[in-house]
Design a protein around this ligand. Sequence first.
Ligand code: SF4
Length: 242
Amino acid sequence: MLGRIHSEDSFSAVDGPGIRYVVFMQGCQMRCRYCHNRDSWSIKDQPSTEMDDILQRVQGVRHFLKNGGVTVSGGEPMLQAEFVAEFLRRCKQQGLHTCIDTGGFVKRMTSAVRDAVDAADLVLLDIKQIDPDMHRKLTLVPNEPVLNFARYLNEINKPVWIRHVVVDGYTTDPEYTARMADFLAPMKNIEKVELLPYHKLGKHKWDVLKDDYELEEVEPPSKELLETLANILRERGLKVTY
Ligand code: SF4
């Protein structure tokens, strides 16, 4: 089976539990202003990669993945849900822990999307913004599909880590954090919330593509601010890391 792959990382410590082999899928419909993988948006003209070749590379490093596993990230992995489902199923057959890292912008809950979720032991779900208007400003798309996807994961009791980028002027108002906490707190499948401080590490990719990086002047959040937002989530009984 062929997939459109942006890149692979055979040794990641930040994409799920333990050391992970990460496959970054090509293609994304969101347009996050801070996107660190700006070159993953377009799915056109991307050569296809044979799944067996990736599985072979995973095999080559599997002794490093004992306490970790494989993660499919992006781009948006759910745009190639059939490939993701099959890839994760085959990794599971080899005894590997499986994870999907998604922006959750899933417009239709197709059987392929459900299969992909079923094949994942854990879903890392980015919630960019709980407020619909601010979400549009930050990502140029509505957040309802993302929130519906979160509800679905709760319904089927799929283990989830929420990821939330803290970016000044877009997500730092404590009122937004409180609303996100109220949305998440009743869900029993949320294992933790990871607050990710905004950074500019992907900016050079925007420069290469001659696209305007509008957050040039935005600085990473302070520790104090992260702690304030973390406490709002903790007050609702959520476990938080940053
Ligand atoms: S969802 Fe991820 S890949 Fe897509 S635009 Fe946002 S940060 Fe970039």
